[in-house]
Design a protein around this ligand. Structure first.
Ligand SMILES: [Zn+2]
Length: 330
């Protein structure tokens, strides 16, 4: 066979394989689910939090700062082409002992912070519509100086982007997450995360508490069982989930970025590999966390699991009447 024919044949074969790999990346994926949940520590000693007795009233509000829309098959492998809203949010938590944020949404000047990023970054991960900055939300709520601290689920730029709007407010970060970020994420993308975190004071926490609801370790933020942090690793080394147990509403589990949207743990399925491989620090651990959340959600239909980019779930949470939920929770 002539040399040109070999080249044409090879190019055709490579093209066919490429098309095949690309087509496969949109198909549903298989997870090994059998027997996994049985290996987890049994939930014990949390009847108090399940019933809401003795727990304080805790108000939770999702402060949506921005949004972008992607086809479902980008957010969930095996999904369709229907549009899905991806939110950029902070969560305002008002507990009797503190008013704090879980993640920080977007600051007023976020476009300036992103201005020196590459064209690719600005037109993919950094592409969104700014709706209401964190400072705009806090001003409307009369809380410009009322935030005691911000607890960061993890140290990706889109979760620390509201910090310039809360100067001087202490940042609480899982120590493992910070140590991992120091090895790369803080200084990636022209030190975007380091610049966004400004010079706000850092306060580290560790998961030194006992197993909690099937999670191997925990950290009880106020020592009253109302706000309990658990590790949800894989997306990043220290991605931190937060249970909210209260007397005035449903139990919640905020997921950071362990999932983008509910379908990620409901099916379970990762995001499209092009996104997943870009944003996930440990593929195997992140999949284990998704499987864990899959089983946890099935075992606890009374708990709302909310991912930090899941606009639909956050909207749903904000619309649920607290009294009805409090009643149905019992
Ligand atoms: Zn994120």
């Amino acid at each position: 066979m002539k040399r040109q024919n070999w080249i044409a044949l090879t190019a055709t074969a490579v093209g066919a394989v490429g098309i095949g790999v690309m087509a496969k990346s949109f198909l549903p994926q298989r997870f090994q689910l059998d027997g996994w949940y049985d290996a987890l520590p049994a939930p014990a000693g949390q009847s108090k939090s399940r019933e809401g007795e003795g727990l304080p009233e805790v108000e939770v509000s999702f402060l949506r700062c921005g949004v972008t829309t992607v086809p479902e098959c980008v957010a969930v492998r095996g999904g369709l082409f229907a549009p899905v809203d991806i939110a950029y949010s902070a969560v305002l938590v008002r507990h009797p002992k503190a008013t704090f944020l879980y993640d920080t949404g977007l600051c007023n000047d976020i476009s300036l912070y992103l201005a020196n990023q590459s064209w690719l970054f600005r037109n993919t991960l950094g592409s969104f519509a700014l709706e209401q900055s964190l400072s705009g939300h806090l001003r409307a709520l009369g809380l410009e100086r009322g935030i005691d601290f911000a607890l960061l689920s993890h140290l990706h730029w889109d979760h620390v982007s509201g910090i310039p709007d809360i100067p001087g407010v202490p940042l609480r970060v899982n120590r493992v997450e910070y140590e991992a970020a120091r090895l790369g994420m803080l200084d990636a993308f022209q030190a975007l995360v380091r610049r966004l975190m400004c010079n706000n004071p850092l306060e580290f926490f560790d998961f030194t508490g006992p197993a909690y609801e099937g999670f191997r370790v925990s950290h009880d933020l106020f020592g009253d069982g109302s706000v309990v942090l658990v590790p949800l690793p894989g997306h990043t080394a220290g991605n931190t989930g937060m249970f909210i147990n209260r007397s005035n509403g449903p139990r919640l589990l905020l997921l950071g970025d362990a999932a983008w949207v509910a379908a990620n743990f409901q099916r379970p399925a990762t995001m499209h590999p092009l996104i997943w491989n870009n944003v996930t620090s440990d593929d195997a651990t992140a999949r284990q966390t998704l499987i864990h959340l899959h089983h946890f959600a099935l075992a606890h239909p009374e708990i709302s699991l909310v991912a930090m980019h899941d606009a639909a779930a956050q909207h749903h949470c904000m619309r649920l009447p607290a009294s009805r939920l409090a009643a149905s929770d019992r």
